[in-house]
Structure formats: C-alpha cells, structure tokens
Write a protein that binds this ligand. Structure first.
Ligand SMILES: [Zn+2]
Length: 376
C-alpha cells in the first residue's frame, strides 16, 4: 500500500529499537518536520533518546506524544514474519511496534504534516513529544522531557497508546489506575519436618495472610473498576524434604483508582494483616499514582473526530496498565491515550490493520483542527 502513514510505519518498524534504543527513529522524524518549520530540541538523557518537536509559539500548547521504543520480540522463530521486517499481508501491517506504537507515531507525524501545511499560522504551539523509554523504567524518558519544558498553563496532550479494543475508535483512556506492590514476609520457625511445632510453619501460616488479602475488596468508583490485591509470587523453600522453611514471602500487586487513596488502602491492608495474628513484616512501594482527565475540550474534540471518521461513539475506560500519561497528569495537564487496537501488543505476530492507521492519522488531524478552534 502506497500511503505515507504506512510507508513511515514500515520505516520505523525496520529499526530494532528495543527499549531504551531509538535506532534513529526520532532523527528520521526530525528530518521530515524541520522543513515544515518545526523546531527540534533534543532532551536525550542517560541512554534514552527524547525529542521535542514544536511549531508556533506560546499557549495554548497541544502535544501529540508517544514512544519509539518497543518491547523485545521474544522468540523470533515464533513469529510468522521476522519481527523487525515489516510485511503487509491481507490488509495488515506486521512487525514489532506495528500498534505499540510506531503505527501511531507514523499517523501522528503525517497528521502534523497535513495540519501544518493547511494551517501554518495556527494559534499557540503544536508539538510532538517522543521518548525511547516508555516500555522500560520510564525514568529518563517522558518524565525527564516534561521537566525540561517551560511552565505553561494551557497544555493538552493526546498520546498514541493502543487503546481500542474491538474496533478503532471504540475506546479512549482518559485515566489510568495507580499501581502499588508489596512483599509480606511471614515469620515462622525453621524446623525438622518430623518434629513440627504447632503454628510455626511459615507456609501454613501464610494461608491466613492469603485469605486476609483475598477478602480485601474496594468497590468501583469514579470510573475506575473495583480494587483488589493480586498475589503474583510466593517463595518458601529450605532446600530439603525434611526442613520446614522459617520464612514464607508473598509478593503482591494492587491496581487502584482515585478513591480510596493509596494511604487509605495501605492502612486497611496493614489492619487486615494485623488482624490475622500471624507474625509478619510488610513492605509496600507505590510505583504510580492514578489519574483521570475530566470531560472537556480534549475528550470532546477526540470524540467528534472519532465519530466523523469511524461512525463510533468513543467510550472512556481506565482499565489495563499505566502509561507515560501519568507524568503529564502529575503536572495537572489534561491528557488522553488514544490509538489502535491493543489485541496483539507485546505479543508475537504484532499486527495492525493498515486502514486503521490511515484512519487514525485523520482522527489525530481532525482533533488538532477542532482543538485549535476551541482553544484559540
Ligand atoms: Zn506503548
């Protein structure tokens, strides 16, 4: 298919930019946008490539944001086509990053090219923010880039994360849940398996702890689904068939919404564990805070663009993992994630409908047009 969005997506997929590598993707985009009058600022940090491309000046500032890194391909042999060799088969573009999110980045760049050509004197600033560390630690990526920007009052961000679930345009993510994880060390006593003391087997004691965790449940609220705790690992092994381990360690993760807050959750978790009477110690770390962008100019502009180009009514959802949007939200900016179908992301044989990428570029362009009118 000879379409600028597909051609650019293919060129990006050819570059094996596994986190934190960029492999020249952002330079390639700079070479396309500079002739259109974009200023390009390199905010690379440590091993991460970050670029800010901007056109116009002052506020309002409207940012399209995304990442050029991809998750590893995994087992290359499990792929039906080589992961870093783009292939167009039966209307689909195949390759690592096709949906997450080189396809969206290509749609954004082409949308910007068309928009700037049509409205070279748009109000405020139109920008593209790219990082090569969204899929990894995300410490030196978008978070660092945002810290380098001037303090603006009126900044709006649309990211290209793959959010659609059954059809392009069915879902946007105006918010993301927070995430905390913890370890509970159950203290028993190391013993001979043939000479056990009552209530000292750390593995048996952990049953009460697990039950306490399992009964903790907080109802859905503010557009966030219910909150519960998910154990993902248990460690206990003294290395011999006749030795009972003195400690059992439970690892858990909790995804949560705006209410209850992380402090309230932590207090309730502590109380529930103390109520078991089982000797234990607890360590908790909050890795990301929840956020939600209220309905406003951005969500309305996006919904209108989606309806125009797909006929669908877009639904807000806060399910799934988190994204770099949390760093924009932490600055108080309205931010929404919207992009192609997420059914094959991070899997072998990642693929995206080429028609969807082309439609996506029109949705981004119409959103830019609508917001420029609304915000001007
Ligand atoms: Zn992504």
């Amino acid at each position: 298919m000879n379409n600028p969005v597909i051609e650019l997506a293919k060129t990006l997929i050819e570059r094996p930019s596994v986190t934190p590598l960029d492999e020249g993707c952002q330079t390639l985009i700079a070479e396309r946008l500079i002739p259109l009058g974009f200023s390009v600022t390199d905010y690379s940090h440590e091993a991460v490539t970050n670029t800010w491309y901007s056109h116009g000046e002052g506020e309002p500032v409207f940012v399209l944001a995304g990442h050029t890194d991809v998750v590893p391909a995994g087992d290359d042999k499990a792929w039906s086509t080589p992961p870093f060799e783009p292939h167009c088969i039966d209307g689909y573009l195949h390759g690592r990053g096709a949906c997450d999110m080189k396809g969206s980045v290509a749609a954004m760049v082409v949308a910007l090219e068309r928009f700037i050509s049509a409205y070279p004197n748009h109000p405020g600033t139109i920008a593209l923010a790219l990082t090569s560390d969204e899929e990894g630690d995300a410490i030196h990526g978008m978070r660092h880039l945002i810290e380098q920007l001037p303090t603006w009052e009126d900044v709006t961000i649309l990211t290209g994360e793959p959010t659609s679930s059954n059809a392009l345009g069915d879902t946007m993510k105006p918010g993301r849940r927070g995430s905390m994880h913890g370890t509970i060390t159950v203290h028993g006593k190391q013993m001979h398996a043939g000479y056990p003391e009552a209530n000292k087997n750390s593995i048996h004691l952990s049953a009460s702890i697990l039950e306490a965790l399992n009964t903790l449940n907080w109802p859905a609220s503010d557009g966030f689904q219910e909150t519960n705790i998910q154990c993902y690992a248990i460690h206990a092994d003294a290395g011999a068939t006749n030795v009972i381990p003195g400690e059992t360690i439970l690892h858990w993760n909790c995804r949560y919404g705006i209410t209850p807050t992380s402090d309230q959750l932590i207090a309730e978790i502590k109380q529930a564990l103390d109520n078991t009477g089982v000797p234990h110690s607890l360590a908790i770390s909050v890795s990301s805070n929840p956020f939600v962008t209220k309905e406003g100019a951005l969500s309305k502009a996006l919904a209108k663009a989606v309806e125009t180009h797909t006929g669908l009514r877009i639904n807000p959802s806060t399910t799934g993992g988190t994204s770099d949007s949390r760093f924009w939200a932490a600055k108080g900016c309205p931010v929404i994630d919207f992009g192609p179908l997420n059914t094959t992301i991070h899997q072998v044989n990642e693929k995206v409908l080429m028609d969807d990428l082309i439609t996506l570029s029109h949705i981004y362009e119409s959103t830019l047009q609508e917001l420029s009118k609304v915000l001007s």
